[in-house]
Design a protein around this ligand. Sequence first.
Ligand code: 5GP
Ligand code: SF4
Ligand code: MG
Length: 456
Amino acid sequence: CGVFGAYSASGAPVLEDVYLGLSALQHRGQLSAGVAWTQGGSVHIKKGLGLVHEALQQNELAEIEAHAAIGHVRYATAGGTERENSQPLGANYAQGPVAIAHNGNLTNATALSSYLANRGAIFQTTCDTETIIQLMAHQPSTVQLEALENALTKITGAYSIAVLFEDCLIAARDPWGFRPLALGRRGDDYFVASESCAFEIIGAEFLRDVEAGEILVIDRRGVISRRLPITAQRLRHCSFEYVYFARPDSVIDGRSVYAARKNLGACLARGGKCPQNSIVAGMPDSGTLAALGLAQEAGVPFEAGVVRNRYVGRTFIQPTQRVREAGVKIKLNPQPGIFDGKEAVIVDDSIVRGTTAGRTVSTIRGAGAKKVHMRIASPPVRYPCYYGIDTPSSEELIAAQSDIEELRVKIGADTLRYISCEELCESIGLPREELCTACFDGGYLDEEESGGRLEV
Ligand code: 5GP
Ligand code: SF4
Ligand code: MG
């Protein structure tokens, strides 16, 4: 998912900024989009299914006189695709209006929601995010900021959130820093966004990342930084953001996504020579930058050998295997003539179910390539993600079911090469102890690290 928040100390209307910011975060979720603002002491929400421009009316939003607002684009992880699970979620409870937009997955949401339901909470959604609002509302005499901070000490897992109160915007990031969150400024106006790429479009400058375990309180007086009372044993920034999820023009936790992707490709080049008479092509868009990095490092020609239909969204967003398979065909086609008699070195960011890679190899062969060498700019994805990326269960993860040679045979490639977890971290430029690599190596948060805060 993607979250965005805006606060104008000069009282300027911000909903159009939120709309534009969400458009720049569209790659983080295409299922639904929504915005929330407060007016006259209560929370107002507009949301709908689909892309930002389908779900929201820009001209309507531009006319709303609200100087603080949040927004969300959704990619389904926890909860189904139904309309009531779209965000922001909002409520007017005893202490005032609250709205929240969340990116990440809470790992103790089930335990918390049964605890709360047993004490009278009536859940409106099946979305883990609602437990945060319910936890706040179950502290009847506590002021909102304190209630939110208390609620955050009870949840575990991944959250980068933008929260709106009556006249105040809050941004917070879990103690591990799983999902990105950035702070930006334009004059007296402050913005928070899942990725720094959302600031460019509204003419704001990127100030810094929100730190892991940090809570920013933004109001008329400016920005105040507070700390969650919990500290993680170590950071766990999601490495998959750099591999695939984030936009390449974003900088996350001090590291450029663009540079990381090119480095991943260069790593692949150093891992094994490209054959004589080969050309390098990336699977658009996710494999393009790694392919460029590989080609530059190896000194082999880079070709835009695969053409992408730009009106078809990210393959993996499609819910069923049948649509997913059709999706690959609809989306990617070889450039005629380019592969004739060549050895094709084809780069993609990752193999999940193996659908894309299998189709790609047969397509490139069909386009005349003598050999097809698949190069994957990440380690094998062998474990599901519980922190906000929608990887399927191990049974569906092809690299969890087969070793690399079996996988090569299954996808029909002449050779298949991945990078290691060490190379992944080096390419990103952060120490391994600061990155989450759980979907590659199974190194999840253990119970001790999650803090055992299940009791409320
Ligand atoms: P596959 O066809 O192997 O299931 O999916 C691999 C393709 O899906 C890659 O091209 C990659 O860009 C994209 N993909 C990246 N991340 C994810 C993810 O988290 N889940 C899924 N299902 N696909 C992803
Ligand atoms: Fe990112 Fe993988 Fe960790 Fe999930 S398990 S947070 S996708 S690195
Ligand atoms: Mg892809």
